[in-house]
Design a protein around this ligand. Structure first.
Ligand code: PEP
Length: 251
C-alpha cells in the first residue's frame, strides 16, 4: 500500500515570532508546490497563532508539540485539543522523549493525549524509542513494543489509522548520531508487525511510521528508501530553511 511520506519539523522551544515568521515565509516559497510529501511544522504554542495565517491556503500544515488529555478545566499549563483545532492545527506530537524524560510522561498519559487529539480531529504523532542504555542492553524491541502497546491500548483500528507513529531512538535525538537505515528499518518492521497483531494487516499497512533522530539533508534519502520508513520527525534540521527545504525535497 502506498503511504504518503510525511515530514514534520519539531521546532521544540526555539524561534521567537520574527524568526518563526521568516522561516515560515521561506518554507512557503520553497515547499508550497511539493505534493509527493506531506509537510508540517510544529512551533511552540505561542507562535502557532502567528504561523496560522502565514500558512493559510498553503499545502504546509502545522501543529503543536503536545496536547492535553482533558478538554477543559483545572489543568494549569496545558492546552486542549479544541484550542489547537480552533487555531487550525493539523497535528499534535505526543510522548516525545523530551516530554517523557523531563516531564514524566507515561504511555498511559500519551495514550490519553493522543485520544484527545483524535477527538478534535488532530493527527497525533505518537513518539516511541529506546534509550542508549536500553539499546546496549538489547532491550530495544521490548521497550518499543511495550510503548506502542501502551500508547494504543484500547484503540479501535479506525482510530489507529488516524495516527502517525514516530520511532525516535533517544540516543539519536539532537546528538548527530543517526540510526543506520538498517537499524531504523528493523524497528519500523517490528512496529508494523505489532500493529498487525494489535489491529489488522490493512491498518498496519496504512499507518505511517516516521523515523526521528538527527535526520539531515544528507541522510534522509537512504532512510526514506527503507520499506517501512514513511517520513521523518525532524528537530535541529527543521529550524533553518537551508536544511529543511532540501530535506523535504530529498528525491
Ligand atoms: C526530535 O526532536 O524529534 C528530533 C528528532 O530531533 P533532532 O532531529 O534534532 O535529532
Amino acid at each position: 500500500m502506498a503511504r504518503l511520506p510525511v515530514i514534520v519539523g519539531n521546532w521544540k522551544m526555539n524561534l521567537t515570532r520574527s524568526a518563526a515568521a521568516d522561516l515560515v515565509q521561506q518554507l512557503r516559497t520553497e515547499l508550497d508546490a511539493v505534493r509527493d510529501v506531506e509537510v508540517g511544522v510544529c512551533p511552540v504554542f505561542t507562535v502557532i497563532p502567528l504561523v496560522a495565517p502565514l500558512l493559510a491556503g498553503s499545502a504546509i500544515r502545522f501543529g503543536a508539540q503536545n496536547v492535553a488529555w482533558a478538554d477543559s478545566g483545572a489543568f494549569t499549563g496545558e492546552v486542549s485539543g479544541e484550542m489547537l483545532r480552533e487555531l487550525g492545527c493539523s497535528y499534535a506530537i505526543v510522548g516525545h522523549s523530551e516530554r517523557r524524560q523531563h516531564f514524566g510522561e507515561t504511555d498511559e498519559r500519551v495514550n490519553a493525549r493522543a485520544k484527545a487529539a483524535l477527538r478534535w480531529d488532530l493527527t497525533p504523532i505518537v513518539c516511541v524509542g529506546e534509550t542508549l542504555k536500553q539499546r546496549e542492553a538489547d532491550e530495544t524491541m521490548t521497550v518499543v513494543t511495550a510503548q506502542v502497546q501502551g500508547c494504543f491500548a484500547g484503540w479501535t483500528a479506525a482510530e489507529a489509522r488516524r495516527a502517525i507513529i514516530a520511532y525516535e531512538p533517544v540516543w539519536a535525538i539532537g546528538t548527530g548520531k543517526v540510526a543506520t537505515p538498517a537499524q531504523a528499518q528493523e524497528v519500523h518492521a517490528v512496529i508494523r508487525a505489532l500493529l498487525t497483531r494489535l489491529f489488522d494487516a490493512g491498518t498496519a499497512q496504512s499507518i505511517r511510521i516516521q523515523y526521528g533522530g538527527s535526520v539531515k539533508p544528507d541522510n534522509v534519502e537512504e532512510l526514506m528508501a527503507q520499506p517501512d520508513i514513511d517520513g521523518a520527525l525532524v528537530g535541529g534540521a527543521s529550524l533553518k530553511a537551508k536544511d529543511f527545504v532540501p530535506l523535504v525535497k530529498f528525491k
